[in-house]
Write a protein that binds this ligand. Sequence first.
Ligand code: ZN
Length: 269
Amino acid sequence: MRLTALACSALVLLSACAKKEAHDDPHAAPHGDAHGAKTEAVAHWTYEGKEGPEHWAGMGGDNAVCGSGQRQSPIDIAGKTPQKASKIQFAYRSSTATIQNNGHTVIVTPQDGGGVIIDGTVYTLKQFHFHSPSEHAINGQRTALETHFVHQNEHGDLLVVGVMSDIGNADPMLASLWTYLPTDPGQALPLNDILINAQDLMPGTEDFYVYAGSLTTPPCTEGVTWMVFSSPLSVSAEQADAFSRIVGPNSRPLQARHDRDFLHVSGGA
Ligand SMILES: [Zn+2]
């Protein structure tokens, strides 16, 4: 199993590797949970207290995997990382978009935001959203903010690109975006007057950690390929706080790595 997981991640991805379970409709409206599962069937959940992460598995239905899964996210990305070169082509486009506070996070949904092509497979950007503090850790270190760019290929396989952000200089793109932050949960609202290009919210590198994981929100569905940028961006403390005040903290605790490997993938192959 270990080699299979590694090979699948390395190829990012043979579509069979990350095939979602048949009953999990990949075309369901991307919301409720931040990563693309249905809203209707998902029980109410939170990040603390009686409906917090340690209780997600007990909410019934598909949520059991939140507790029993062997490939859950997030994880601490630490230790030895085999290297691999992949052909990574960023093909993001500037697009009109909407913004929504769904009570768990703030989601930006571009209408036509392009995507990323990895070893010939096209992954279309569906939406991106934020967690504070970061969900993943690198060598044990979490950061102030993590942005998740959720992509899907034509087979319905999910690829999430993670960008960690440390406290430092303000992020100019977030500065624009944050002026639209919806303070209360509600419907998606149009982002008037600005176009969104996902590339503007990513480091200018092609260096990632890649591993096989899951949604980090109920129902914690596995078969998600994660690509976490190895180098962080920066946000100001004010920017991190502005988000956290609205929906934070919204990070799932680190999950057991079990027998998973991850790869250190660089572009340019
Ligand atoms: Zn997320």
